[in-house]
Design a protein around this ligand. Structure first.
Ligand code: SF4
Length: 172
């Protein structure tokens, strides 16, 4: 039951991140991500979710890789490879960077988003961390609302959206 509860919490966070990420990026000027080469042989699976009780946050990156004494979270995405990482994916990897720092006491300099055709390094800057903490505060403030306001008028975006079936605000 606890794992179900945690799973639902993660899903809820993912949905809210996705919906409001566009708004947040304009506000914070998120890093766009650098194309990098990564050696997948160095990736280590993560045994159990990382958890921060103070923030009430949990999540499990797909992999962790050790680079120069630092642990770098890796998030693997399937589907179309974008020209630049999606905002929601940037925030997701930022959550993992924060959880790695809280769990292991070492701040990752960046996280990696692995798309099928290329990998991006997303720098875990103080600005990104601050935008993430603002976002988490927004989520806590809105957690009892039954719906979240759509932040755009883009039908195509809704068509491509993985949360379309559950979203009352969808345009298509
Ligand atoms: S379906 Fe459209 S409005 Fe709903 S979350 Fe997806 S992109 Fe946003």
């Amino acid at each position: 039951m606890i794992s179900l509860y945690l799973g639902l919490a993660i899903l809820l966070i993912a949905i809210v991140l996705f919906i409001i990420a566009g708004r947040q990026r304009r506000r914070a000027g998120l890093p766009g991500g650098r194309v990098v080469y990564t050696d997948t042989r160095a990736w280590g699976a993560v045994e159990k979710p990382l958890f921060d009780a103070h923030l009430g946050l949990t999540g499990r990156p797909d992999y962790l890789v050790e680079q120069n004494g630092k642990l770098i979270p890796v998030e693997v995405k399937t589907g179309r490879t974008p020209e630049a990482p999606y905002d929601a994916h940037i925030f997701q990897v930022a959550v993992y960077c924060l959880l790695v720092q809280k769990t292991y006491g070492k701040r990752p300099p960046h996280g990696i988003i692995h798309y099928p055709a290329r990998d991006f390094a997303v720098d875990y800057t103080p600005e990104l961390e601050s935008a993430l903490l603002d976002l988490l505060a927004d989520i806590r403030r809105d957690e009892h609302r039954l719906n979240v306001e759509r932040s755009h008028e883009d039908e195509q975006r809704c068509r491509r959206c993985g949360y379309r079936n559950a979203c009352d605000e969808r345009l298509a």
